[in-house]
Design a protein around this ligand. Structure first.
Ligand code: GUN
Length: 298
Protein backbone atom coordinates (compact mmCIF):
# COMPACT_ATOMS: atom_id res chain seq x y z
CA UNK A 1 0.00 0.00 0.00
CA UNK A 2 1.22 3.49 -0.79
CA UNK A 3 2.31 5.60 2.18
CA UNK A 4 0.09 8.19 3.83
CA UNK A 5 1.28 11.67 2.86
CA UNK A 6 2.03 13.84 5.89
CA UNK A 7 0.74 17.18 4.65
CA UNK A 8 3.00 19.85 6.13
CA UNK A 9 1.18 22.57 4.24
CA UNK A 10 -2.16 21.77 5.85
CA UNK A 11 -0.78 21.32 9.38
CA UNK A 12 1.26 24.52 9.05
CA UNK A 13 -1.92 26.37 8.09
CA UNK A 14 -3.66 24.99 11.19
CA UNK A 15 -0.81 26.22 13.38
CA UNK A 16 -0.91 29.64 11.75
CA UNK A 17 -4.69 29.82 12.37
CA UNK A 18 -4.13 28.96 16.04
CA UNK A 19 -1.66 31.84 16.32
CA UNK A 20 -4.16 34.46 15.15
CA UNK A 21 -6.05 34.86 18.46
CA UNK A 22 -2.75 34.97 20.35
CA UNK A 23 -1.57 37.78 18.07
CA UNK A 24 -4.91 39.60 18.49
CA UNK A 25 -4.52 39.37 22.25
CA UNK A 26 -0.99 40.81 22.05
CA UNK A 27 -2.25 43.68 19.90
CA UNK A 28 -4.93 44.43 22.51
CA UNK A 29 -2.12 44.80 25.05
CA UNK A 30 -0.35 47.20 22.69
CA UNK A 31 2.35 44.69 21.70
CA UNK A 32 2.87 44.36 17.95
CA UNK A 33 4.83 41.11 17.57
CA UNK A 34 7.88 41.69 15.44
CA UNK A 35 10.51 39.54 13.77
CA UNK A 36 13.78 40.84 12.34
CA UNK A 37 15.61 38.69 9.82
CA UNK A 38 19.18 39.39 8.78
CA UNK A 39 20.55 38.02 5.53
CA UNK A 40 24.06 38.43 4.17
CA UNK A 41 24.55 38.26 0.42
CA UNK A 42 22.12 36.95 -2.15
CA UNK A 43 22.24 33.16 -2.07
CA UNK A 44 19.07 32.29 -4.04
CA UNK A 45 17.92 29.52 -1.67
CA UNK A 46 18.48 31.72 1.42
CA UNK A 47 16.70 34.64 -0.27
CA UNK A 48 13.74 32.41 -1.01
CA UNK A 49 13.55 31.15 2.62
CA UNK A 50 13.78 34.69 3.96
CA UNK A 51 11.02 35.83 1.61
CA UNK A 52 8.77 33.01 2.86
CA UNK A 53 9.40 34.04 6.47
CA UNK A 54 8.47 37.66 5.69
CA UNK A 55 5.32 36.56 3.85
CA UNK A 56 4.23 34.38 6.79
CA UNK A 57 4.58 37.39 9.13
CA UNK A 58 2.55 39.48 6.71
CA UNK A 59 -0.23 36.87 6.55
CA UNK A 60 -0.47 36.89 10.35
CA UNK A 61 -0.36 40.67 10.62
CA UNK A 62 2.98 40.64 12.43
CA UNK A 63 5.70 43.23 12.03
CA UNK A 64 8.53 41.91 9.93
CA UNK A 65 11.78 43.47 8.91
CA UNK A 66 14.35 41.99 6.54
CA UNK A 67 17.81 43.46 6.93
CA UNK A 68 19.70 42.74 3.72
CA UNK A 69 23.43 43.17 4.11
CA UNK A 70 26.23 42.90 1.56
CA UNK A 71 28.08 39.60 1.59
CA UNK A 72 31.20 41.64 2.42
CA UNK A 73 29.79 43.22 5.60
CA UNK A 74 32.30 43.07 8.44
CA UNK A 75 31.82 40.98 11.53
CA UNK A 76 32.02 44.17 13.60
CA UNK A 77 29.18 45.86 11.65
CA UNK A 78 27.03 42.74 11.88
CA UNK A 79 27.60 42.57 15.65
CA UNK A 80 26.58 46.25 15.98
CA UNK A 81 23.31 45.55 14.16
CA UNK A 82 22.56 42.52 16.36
CA UNK A 83 23.33 44.54 19.50
CA UNK A 84 20.81 47.20 18.42
CA UNK A 85 18.10 44.60 17.72
CA UNK A 86 18.82 42.93 21.08
CA UNK A 87 17.72 46.03 22.96
CA UNK A 88 15.01 47.32 20.58
CA UNK A 89 11.62 46.83 22.31
CA UNK A 90 9.84 46.63 18.92
CA UNK A 91 11.85 43.52 18.03
CA UNK A 92 10.76 40.30 19.74
CA UNK A 93 12.50 37.78 17.49
CA UNK A 94 15.87 37.90 15.74
CA UNK A 95 17.01 35.45 13.07
CA UNK A 96 20.29 35.46 11.19
CA UNK A 97 19.89 33.38 8.05
CA UNK A 98 22.52 30.66 7.70
CA UNK A 99 24.91 29.79 6.16
CA UNK A 100 27.08 32.87 6.63
CA UNK A 101 29.99 33.95 4.39
CA UNK A 102 33.35 32.42 5.32
CA UNK A 103 34.83 35.59 6.88
CA UNK A 104 32.04 35.72 9.49
CA UNK A 105 32.38 33.58 12.62
CA UNK A 106 29.02 31.85 13.01
CA UNK A 107 29.56 30.89 16.66
CA UNK A 108 30.26 34.50 17.67
CA UNK A 109 27.18 35.71 15.80
CA UNK A 110 24.81 33.13 17.29
CA UNK A 111 26.20 33.75 20.76
CA UNK A 112 25.53 37.49 20.37
CA UNK A 113 21.78 37.06 19.85
CA UNK A 114 19.75 37.78 22.99
CA UNK A 115 18.57 34.27 24.02
CA UNK A 116 15.09 35.66 24.80
CA UNK A 117 14.83 36.81 21.14
CA UNK A 118 16.57 33.79 19.64
CA UNK A 119 13.56 32.37 17.77
CA UNK A 120 15.78 29.93 15.84
CA UNK A 121 16.96 28.36 19.09
CA UNK A 122 20.55 28.39 17.79
CA UNK A 123 22.24 30.39 20.57
CA UNK A 124 24.34 28.27 22.93
CA UNK A 125 21.99 29.19 25.81
CA UNK A 126 18.95 27.74 24.03
CA UNK A 127 20.96 24.76 22.74
CA UNK A 128 22.05 24.07 26.32
CA UNK A 129 18.51 24.41 27.64
CA UNK A 130 17.32 21.95 24.97
CA UNK A 131 20.06 19.48 25.90
CA UNK A 132 19.01 19.73 29.56
CA UNK A 133 15.32 19.21 28.67
CA UNK A 134 14.41 22.69 29.87
CA UNK A 135 11.89 25.11 28.42
CA UNK A 136 13.50 26.98 25.51
CA UNK A 137 13.10 28.15 21.93
CA UNK A 138 13.39 24.93 19.97
CA UNK A 139 14.98 24.92 16.51
CA UNK A 140 12.13 25.27 14.02
CA UNK A 141 12.78 22.39 11.61
CA UNK A 142 13.12 19.59 14.17
CA UNK A 143 10.35 21.09 16.29
CA UNK A 144 8.13 21.20 13.18
CA UNK A 145 8.81 17.51 12.59
CA UNK A 146 7.81 16.68 16.19
CA UNK A 147 4.61 18.71 15.76
CA UNK A 148 3.79 17.14 12.39
CA UNK A 149 4.13 13.63 13.85
CA UNK A 150 2.08 14.55 16.92
CA UNK A 151 -0.77 15.93 14.81
CA UNK A 152 -0.84 12.76 12.71
CA UNK A 153 -0.95 10.60 15.85
CA UNK A 154 2.55 9.19 15.29
CA UNK A 155 3.97 8.58 18.76
CA UNK A 156 7.76 8.10 18.79
CA UNK A 157 7.70 6.51 22.29
CA UNK A 158 9.77 3.31 22.32
CA UNK A 159 10.34 3.50 18.55
CA UNK A 160 13.75 3.41 16.93
CA UNK A 161 14.29 6.78 15.25
CA UNK A 162 17.25 7.04 12.89
CA UNK A 163 18.45 10.49 11.83
CA UNK A 164 20.75 10.89 8.83
CA UNK A 165 22.74 14.09 9.38
CA UNK A 166 24.38 15.66 12.44
CA UNK A 167 24.02 19.40 11.76
CA UNK A 168 23.42 21.90 14.54
CA UNK A 169 20.30 23.10 12.68
CA UNK A 170 18.55 19.75 12.28
CA UNK A 171 20.35 16.50 13.16
CA UNK A 172 21.57 17.27 16.68
CA UNK A 173 18.47 19.09 17.98
CA UNK A 174 16.26 16.44 16.30
CA UNK A 175 18.02 13.77 18.36
CA UNK A 176 17.53 15.81 21.54
CA UNK A 177 13.81 16.36 20.89
CA UNK A 178 13.12 12.72 20.03
CA UNK A 179 14.86 11.39 23.14
CA UNK A 180 13.24 13.87 25.58
CA UNK A 181 11.46 12.38 28.55
CA UNK A 182 8.23 14.03 27.41
CA UNK A 183 4.91 12.98 25.95
CA UNK A 184 5.29 12.83 22.17
CA UNK A 185 8.99 11.90 22.40
CA UNK A 186 10.73 9.03 24.31
CA UNK A 187 12.27 7.49 21.17
CA UNK A 188 15.44 5.42 20.98
CA UNK A 189 17.68 7.50 18.73
CA UNK A 190 20.55 6.70 16.36
CA UNK A 191 22.36 9.43 14.44
CA UNK A 192 24.09 8.50 11.16
CA UNK A 193 26.50 10.79 9.28
CA UNK A 194 29.14 10.88 6.57
CA UNK A 195 31.51 8.61 8.52
CA UNK A 196 28.88 6.01 9.38
CA UNK A 197 29.79 2.53 8.14
CA UNK A 198 27.16 0.44 6.37
CA UNK A 199 24.42 3.04 6.74
CA UNK A 200 21.66 0.96 5.08
CA UNK A 201 22.03 -1.71 7.76
CA UNK A 202 21.11 0.99 10.33
CA UNK A 203 18.44 2.87 8.36
CA UNK A 204 16.73 -0.47 7.63
CA UNK A 205 16.12 -0.81 11.39
CA UNK A 206 14.37 2.57 11.69
CA UNK A 207 10.71 2.80 12.65
CA UNK A 208 11.09 6.54 12.02
CA UNK A 209 13.69 7.62 9.46
CA UNK A 210 14.64 11.30 9.21
CA UNK A 211 16.80 12.35 6.25
CA UNK A 212 18.65 15.65 6.73
CA UNK A 213 21.84 15.46 4.72
CA UNK A 214 21.23 17.76 1.75
CA UNK A 215 21.89 15.10 -0.87
CA UNK A 216 19.19 14.71 -3.55
CA UNK A 217 17.26 11.43 -3.30
CA UNK A 218 19.94 9.84 -1.09
CA UNK A 219 17.51 7.53 0.70
CA UNK A 220 16.49 4.69 -1.63
CA UNK A 221 13.69 2.18 -1.10
CA UNK A 222 16.11 -0.59 -0.12
CA UNK A 223 17.33 1.52 2.83
CA UNK A 224 13.86 1.70 4.37
CA UNK A 225 12.06 -0.84 6.58
CA UNK A 226 8.55 -1.85 5.50
CA UNK A 227 5.97 0.51 7.09
CA UNK A 228 8.53 2.99 8.45
CA UNK A 229 7.61 6.66 8.87
CA UNK A 230 9.92 8.65 6.56
CA UNK A 231 10.56 12.35 7.13
CA UNK A 232 12.38 14.23 4.38
CA UNK A 233 14.14 17.42 5.47
CA UNK A 234 16.02 17.99 2.20
CA UNK A 235 15.23 20.84 -0.16
CA UNK A 236 17.65 20.38 -3.06
CA UNK A 237 17.60 22.28 -6.34
CA UNK A 238 18.34 19.97 -9.26
CA UNK A 239 18.71 21.22 -12.82
CA UNK A 240 15.68 20.55 -14.97
CA UNK A 241 15.50 22.18 -18.40
CA UNK A 242 11.79 21.33 -18.66
CA UNK A 243 10.95 23.26 -15.47
CA UNK A 244 9.95 26.93 -15.73
CA UNK A 245 12.75 28.08 -13.40
CA UNK A 246 15.32 25.71 -14.89
CA UNK A 247 15.39 23.62 -11.69
CA UNK A 248 13.06 21.54 -9.56
CA UNK A 249 13.08 20.83 -5.85
CA UNK A 250 13.73 17.31 -4.62
CA UNK A 251 14.21 16.00 -1.13
CA UNK A 252 16.84 13.73 0.41
CA UNK A 253 14.48 10.79 -0.20
CA UNK A 254 13.68 9.00 -3.45
CA UNK A 255 10.00 9.81 -2.89
CA UNK A 256 8.38 7.78 -5.68
CA UNK A 257 10.15 4.55 -4.70
CA UNK A 258 10.14 5.03 -0.91
CA UNK A 259 6.40 5.84 -0.73
CA UNK A 260 5.76 2.23 -1.81
CA UNK A 261 7.64 0.91 1.26
CA UNK A 262 6.87 3.46 3.99
CA UNK A 263 3.62 3.75 5.97
CA UNK A 264 3.85 7.57 6.01
CA UNK A 265 6.07 10.08 4.20
CA UNK A 266 6.53 13.85 3.90
CA UNK A 267 6.53 15.37 0.40
CA UNK A 268 8.98 17.98 -0.93
CA UNK A 269 7.80 20.69 -1.26
CA UNK A 270 4.78 20.85 1.07
CA UNK A 271 6.24 18.83 3.93
CA UNK A 272 8.83 19.82 6.51
CA UNK A 273 9.63 23.23 4.92
CA UNK A 274 6.14 24.56 5.64
CA UNK A 275 6.37 23.33 9.21
CA UNK A 276 9.67 25.15 9.74
CA UNK A 277 8.04 28.48 8.90
CA UNK A 278 4.98 27.80 11.08
CA UNK A 279 7.21 26.93 14.06
CA UNK A 280 9.23 30.09 13.49
CA UNK A 281 5.99 32.10 13.70
CA UNK A 282 5.07 30.17 16.87
CA UNK A 283 8.44 31.02 18.44
CA UNK A 284 8.11 34.68 17.43
CA UNK A 285 4.63 34.92 18.98
CA UNK A 286 5.94 33.17 22.10
CA UNK A 287 8.81 35.67 22.30
CA UNK A 288 6.36 38.56 22.05
CA UNK A 289 4.13 37.00 24.74
CA UNK A 290 7.15 36.58 27.03
CA UNK A 291 8.01 40.24 26.42
CA UNK A 292 4.42 41.31 27.11
CA UNK A 293 4.42 39.29 30.35
CA UNK A 294 7.59 40.95 31.57
CA UNK A 295 6.33 44.31 30.45
CA UNK A 296 3.13 43.92 32.51
CA UNK A 297 4.97 42.73 35.57
CA UNK A 298 7.32 45.73 35.48
N1 GUN B 1 19.32 28.01 7.07
C1 GUN B 1 18.68 26.85 6.80
N2 GUN B 1 17.72 26.62 7.72
C2 GUN B 1 17.75 27.66 8.58
C3 GUN B 1 16.98 27.99 9.73
O1 GUN B 1 16.09 27.27 10.18
N3 GUN B 1 17.32 29.16 10.33
C4 GUN B 1 18.33 29.95 9.88
N4 GUN B 1 18.59 31.06 10.55
N5 GUN B 1 19.06 29.67 8.83
C5 GUN B 1 18.78 28.54 8.17
Amino acid sequence: MTAKVLDGKEIAQQIMEELKPRIASLLEKGVFPGLSVIILGQNPASMSYVKSKGKACERLGMRSETIMLAETVTQKDLMTIIAKLNTDPKVHGILVQLPLPKHIDEDTVLEAINPEKDVDGFSPINMGRLLAGRDCFKPCTPNGIMELMARYGIDPAGKHAVIIGRSNIVGKPMAMLLMQKHKGANATVTVCHSRTKNMPSITKKADILIAAIGSPEFVKADMVKKNAVVIDVGINRVEDATAEKGYRLVGDVDYEAVKEVASAITPVPGGVGRMTIAMLMLNAVQAAENFAGQHNAA
